[in-house]
Design a protein around this ligand. Structure first.
Ligand code: PEP
Length: 253
């Protein structure tokens, strides 16, 4: 049996000045220094990463970027490579967030290239997938999730290897920033489906090790019931990760 350590990750999106971001990380670090058994990660905006890395110091908080380009360097104005975010101190990178897919037209094919580049560099990808409300209401949730997995992890499938450190995040689009959380049963149903897909697609044991996070309006008052589900290994938190007062109680669930 493998133990999957719970992971609570905060996605700060395009928020916070350097000063406010450092104050937030200080507040988070102070609020969790007496707890063990849970991994904590933050994904700040690019401009604050170096300051956050310094502020984290020796406290055990993992640092992620919110996106990266799949090429290592070159003429890609406005982009940042995996090597650059790694140099800035990131160990993880969020890929394929629904906002990237919807607002910046990122396809699963592009996300797959980014996942491969991250893996080559030794950056741990947090790969996001999730259905829209329309897709859920028309009964297409599992088809959409299967297709996103098949396409966003195509290179892993071709290599027949999914690194067990890979993290997946199920984020129903209709639950992100809307205050509507999937019920624990709805979330578990999809998490179970994803784990089953990993089990069928990769070598034995992988599915038991890969962590699957739930994201979508996670708060202090719903985290415990979500975490009680067997296939929910943590949370990717947006809005509630922007204040230590709301993020720390989630971590301390
Ligand atoms: C997110 O953006 O990944 C997210 C889950 O946001 P929120 O917690 O605000 O719904």
């Amino acid at each position: 049996m493998f133990e999957r350590r719970p992971l609570i990750a905060g996605n700060w999106k395009m928020n916070l000045s350097i000063k406010d971001a450092v104050a937030l990380i200080d507040g988070i670090a102070a609020g969790i220094n007496d707890i063990e058994g849970v991994d904590v990660l933050v994904a700040p905006p690019f401009t604050t990463i170096a300051s956050i890395r310094k502020a984290i110091g020796n406290s055990k908080i993992f640092l992620a970027a919110q996106n990266m380009h799949n090429e290592m360097s070159g003429a890609f104005t406005g982009e940042v490579s995996g090597r650059m975010i790694q140099e800035a101190g990131c160990t993880h990178v969020i890929l394929g967030h629904s906002e990237r897919r919807a607002l910046f037209h990122e396809t699963s094919q592009v996300i797959d290239l980014k996942v491969k580049a991250a893996a080559v560099l030794g950056l741990i990808p947090i790969v996001c997938i999730g259905e829209t409300l329309e897709e859920r209401e028309s009964g297409k949730t599992f088809d959409v999730i299967r297709q996103q997995l098949d396409e966003s992890l195509m290179n892993f499938i071709v290599d027949q290897l999914m690194l067990p450190s890979t993290i997946l995040a199920y984020e129903p689009v209709w639950a992100i920033g809307t205050g509507k959380t999937a019920t624990p049963d709805q979330a578990q149903e999809v998490h179970g489906f994803i784990r089953n897909w990993i089990e069928k697609t990769f070598k034995t044991g992988t599915a038991n090790q890969v962590r699957i996070l739930y994201g979508g309006s996670v708060k202090a008052d719903n985290i415990a019931e979500l975490m009680a589900k067997p296939d929910i290994d943590g949370a990717l938190v947006g809005g509630a990760s922007l204040k230590a007062e709301s993020f720390v109680p989630i971590i301390r669930f």
